[in-house]
Design a protein around this ligand. Sequence first.
Ligand SMILES: C[S@@+](CC[C@H](N)C(=O)[O-])C[C@H]1O[C@@H](n2cnc3c(N)ncnc32)[C@H](O)[C@@H]1O
Length: 265
Amino acid sequence: MQPYVDTTVASVARGYGYMLGDEENCYEVDRIAAHGIEEMVPGTFALARNNRRFLVRSTRFLAKECGIRQFIDNGSGLPTQMNIHQVAKEVAPDARVVYIDHDPVVLAHQRDKALLADDGTTAFICEDACNVDAILNHPETRRLINFDEPVAVAYYSFLHCIPDAADPLGVVRQMMDNVVGGSYLVLSHLISPDAEVRQRITDFLVNATGGNWGRVREEEDVRAFFEGLELVEPGLGHVTDWRPDGGEEEQTHEWIEYGGVARKP
Ligand SMILES: C[S@@+](CC[C@H](N)C(=O)[O-])C[C@H]1O[C@@H](n2cnc3c(N)ncnc32)[C@H](O)[C@@H]1O
């Protein structure tokens, strides 16, 4: 059975995919929402592309410099050119990745195998990423992830989809409590220092997506996710400043993706 896809409300996965250049898997409502936000804050499409570049650089770092071989990617989104397993496998062909997203469009894609390696070293779980118990106990997680060894837990451009009432901090803490020392947390999150901007963009995104996308938070809210962990150089900041490789684009500074990488002691 095909998963039900609501084409009347903009989806975060489809709208963000469109911003990254995926014209195929979106609907008019997603294009309108994406262009609406670009019109409101020019340079937002570039922000999305820069976030994806951060995903590539940090995954490469984790596989190459930290020896990480297993990844749990929460809010994975639609597959784009370089997904975590493709980046990690350049360094370590034995790398294993569990992808989690709750959007049926992403589910449809993994069925097409677009998000998955064909050697059984990746899996997709269609689940609310706030349901940490379900993710940890899922047979595919148990098959691919050895919890006696370090894991990289990723939340790229995802936690702003989670309202305060759903306790995003608690979600991240529960996940990190279940991985061994030597594991890593990597995340990016939309922030703005300006309260008016935060409110304006949050209102737009929440309205455009029926509440699914966009609580623009503050720097200190993102710092809280990393409490008790050892930040890797250069620490937390705008993701374009995290070990840049020259591929970063000019983008808006009205709001940014803020984040970094940290090791569990
Ligand atoms: C902005 S996209 C980020 C995609 C990818 N991580 C990246 O950075 O390129 C956010 C993704 O989180 C997913 N998402 C939002 N809320 C979710 C939830 N509660 N559980 C699982 N996935 C969720 C959306 O469907 C979307 O695909």
